[in-house]
Design a protein around this ligand. Structure first.
Ligand code: HEC
Length: 366
């Protein structure tokens, strides 16, 4: 009781005396912000420095909130570029922050951020992917050279998220400018477009992987609409996936356990994971090739990297430790440890059944 009335007393008093207490400032800033948001026409650029100070203090305290975006959208406040950059790298596909960053800072700010952004770089790229504008797409396109295939896959995934990006990917395919290692990713991503024109252009330019028995698979968005037989799907799992994935007690522990994969992935993402494993490689499962001085080659992922020993998990599930002094080289794989040709070992129906089965794998409710 005493505390509350004391607070009110302090606020009232400081307001009365015009005292610069922090709380009074905060209350006044909020009041100013609410007022200018209500005004039909308010020229922020021409407003007094007092108003601007209040607004920027308010924004700083509320970065990323609904009010924050409303204010920045309304007045396109230039001083917010660095906060917007940060918002784009903190969250994957932050479309709101990315669109504002582009609107206020344009292509050049995006390009210069890409030169320096390190932490949250993938998030930043994915956020920019939601800006449906050829100029923003061009900045992403500039990242499609060199040999960092891991990043280029992120870029392609980002580009496939906007109509302008999809169009550019199609043009690049037509001009044969997509590196061959990335073609299948592009074809699978575009086959999932909601735009039928994009899907049919993609199907002509870069056919999807073939299924067993010939003929290419239907695009992901059509596969998603189909339902299969999960019992039959389990048989496909036991044939093609068991050697690397556990489901409950069954299977070999190499890739991530699939026991609850139906909770984690939506049907569409499930198809993409199987048809195009390189698209998104699970954290901690990035592959490496390690060569030893005794002439051995190991392919797998690192499970522990100590001072003296390097332990790798290899297909089959064994963990192999190597004395670090015997390691000659350690090179990251450009692709997933999960093979990308698996769909060509099954028929379309088998694939649909398999996904039906995987969708049933959920956490048991106790
Ligand atoms: C040679 C081993 C291997 C085989 C065979 C294999 N996978 Fe994988 N799989 C992996 C590895 C390693 C990963 C983690 C790396 C990655 O995400 O690409 C993975 C990742 C996955 C993921 C993503 C998991 C997650 O938590 O996001 C799914 C889903 C998946 N596999 C399904 C399958 C299915 C279905 C099959 C059978 C058609 C299969 N895998 C066959 C090795 C394999």
């Amino acid at each position: 009781m005493f505390r509350i009335s004391f607070k009110i007393y302090v606020i009232a008093l400081s307001a009365l005396l015009g005292c610069e207490s922090a709380r009074a400032d905060e209350a006044r800033d909020a009041l100013i912000v609410q007022t200018i948001l209500k005004l039909e026409s308010f020229d922020y650029e021409k407003s007094s420095s007092k108003v601007k100070d209040s607004v920027s203090r308010y924004l700083q305290k509320n970065v990323g909130s609904e009010e924050y975006y409303t204010l920045v959208e309304k007045f396109l406040i230039e001083g917010q570029l660095s906060n917007l950059q940060r918002l784009c790298s903190q969250k994957e596909s932050n479309s709101r922050a990315a669109n504002l960053l582009f609107k206020i800072g344009g292509k050049s700010v995006i390009a210069s951020t890409l030169k320096i952004v390190d932490g949250g770089r993938d998030n930043f790229i994915k956020s920019i992917g939601s800006v449906n504008d050829p100029e923003a797409v061009s900045v992403l396109q500039d990242l499609l050279s060199g040999d960092n295939y891991k990043e280029m896959r992120v870029v392609i995934g980002a580009m496939s998220n906007s109509p302008a990006g999809q169009e550019r990917l199609l043009d690049l395919c037509a001009a044969k400018k997509i590196p061959s290692q990335l073609k299948q990713d592009v074809s699978i991503l575009l086959s999932g477009s909601v735009d039928p024109v994009v899907r049919s252009r993609a199907a002509k330019l870069i056919p999807l992987p073939a299924s067993l028995g010939g003929g290419s698979l239907p695009p992901v968005n059509e596969l998603v609409a189909l339902r299969g037989d999960s019992k039959k799907g389990e048989i496909v799992y036991l044939r093609s996936c068991f050697t690397c994935h556990k489901v409950g007690e069954k299977g070999i522990d190499f890739g991530p356990a699939l026991s609850e994969i139906g909770d984690k992935l939506a049907r569409e993402a499930m198809y993409v994971s199987i048809m195009s494993p390189n698209q998104a490689i699970s954290f901690g499962y990035e592959g490496f090739t390690v060569k030893t001085k005794t002439g051995n080659t190991l392919i797998g992922y690192v499970v522990s990297d100590g001072d003296n020993e390097l332990a790798m998990k290899v297909p089959g599930g064994a963990v192999i430790s190597t004395d670090k002094s015997k390691v000659e080289s350690r090179v990251p794989l450009a692709v997933s440890l999960m093979p990308s040709g698996l769909v060509s070992t099954m028929t379309k129906d088998e694939l649909v059944n398999l996904v039906e089965y995987l969708m049933t794998l959920k956490k048991k409710s106790k």
